[in-house]
Design a protein around this ligand. Sequence first.
Ligand code: ADP
Length: 398
Amino acid sequence: MAKVMAVNAGSSSLKFKLYEMPEAKVICSGNAERIGHEDAIFGIKYNGESSKDIVPILDHERAVELLADALISKGIIKSMDEIVAIGHRIVQGGKYFSKSVLFDKKTEDLIESLIPLAPLHNRAHLVGFRAFKKYLPDVTSVAVFDTAFHQTMEEQDYLFPIPYEYSVKYDCRRYGAHGTSHQYLSREGLKYLEGVEHPRIISCHIGSGASITAIKDGKCVATSMGLSPLGGIMMGTRTGDLDPTVMNYLCQCTGKSVEEMFQIFNKKSGLLGVSEVSNDSRDIAAAIAQGNKLAMLADTMFVRRVCDFIGQYFVRLGGADLIIFSAGIGENGPDFREKVCKELEPSLGVKIDPSKNDGLRGKEALISKPDSKIKVVVIPTDEELVIAQDAYSYYLAK
Ligand code: ADP
C-alpha cells in the first residue's frame, strides 16, 4: 500500500486528492483558495467530514505547509514521507509531451518554455511543483498533461490553415485540452464495446469548459479545443470557434483593444454572454422556466454546437459506436443530454431511453435504447485518478 497525491495548482489555488494505491481509494481531498490573501481558505474533506478555515496563505509554499499540518494533525498520515509520489496536472505540454513524464529539470524547463502558450496555467503549475519540491525534495514527481492524449492527431487535423511558416516557427497549432479526462473516458467506455474490433468513440466533456474528442482504437484523432481552451464548442463563458473577423470588427465597433476583446471572448461570452443571465447551466434552466428568451436562445445555441461537432466527428471516424457524456453538464444535465440526442436522432439514429436518462445525475449508466445505432453512456470523469495512477506507475518503476 502506498499513498499518492494528485495536485492541481492554479494561480491562486491548490487542489489536492490523496489516494491509497493500488486500490485507488480516496483518503482525503481539499483545496487552498485565494492564495496570496490574508483571508484565504483552506478546506479539507476526510472521513465524511469537511472543514474550511479562513487563514492567511500568502504563497503556495504556505499552502503546502498547511496541507502537511492538516494531514498530520488529523492523523491521516504520520509524516509526509509516507507520500511516495505526487502527480501534477499541467495544462499545456505543447508538442513535447505525448504522455506523463518524471518531473525532472528537463521537464521543468520545457514547461517553463511553454508559458507563452498557457501563461496563467503553466506558470502556476510550476509554482505549485516548486512548493512541493521544497517540502519533499525526494518524492517521485510526475507531470501529467492535459494536451498529451491529443498528440496522436495527424498533421491535417492539428494544423490551422495559416501560413505554414507560422505553424512551424511559433508552434501555432491545435493542442486541445481535457486530454486526461478524454483518455479516462475512452478507457472506461470500452467496457460498453466488447467485441467491437476498432472502437470509435465520441467523448463529450461538457462542463463550464467543454470539449469533444473523436477517438479511434483508443487514440485521439480530433478534438474541438484549439491552440487554447477558447476554441471549439461554445462554453460557459467562452465563445468557442469564431470567424477571426469578429475580433477585428468588434474592436473597430467598440474601440476596445485586442486584449480587452480577448478577455470578453474568454470570460463574458458563451452561455453567459448570450443569455445575459449566467454561465451556470442551472441558472439558465431556471431562467428558461420563467420564459426568458435569451436563456432559451443560449441553450439552443449550446446544444446546436455540441451536435455540430458530434456530426463532424461521426464523419471523421467513419461512424461511431459510443457517445460519452461527462463533466458538470454532461453528468448532471438530463435535459441537455436529451436535447442533444433528439437532435442527433434523425440523422445518426441515436435513441435515448428516457427511463434511464431522466433524473440521472453524477452516475455512470447506459442511457440509449437497445435499438439505438450508437450507444450513449454517462460516465463521471476522474482526471485526478489518472494523475495519481500515472504518478504511482513511475514510483513502481523506480
Ligand atoms: P469546470 O470543471 O469546467 O469548471 P464543471 O465540470 O464543474 O466545470 O461544470 C460546471 C457546469 O456544470 C455548470 O454549468 C453547472 O451548472 C453544471 N453542473 C454542475 N453540477 C451540476 C448539478 N449537480 N446539476 C446540474 N448542473 C450541474
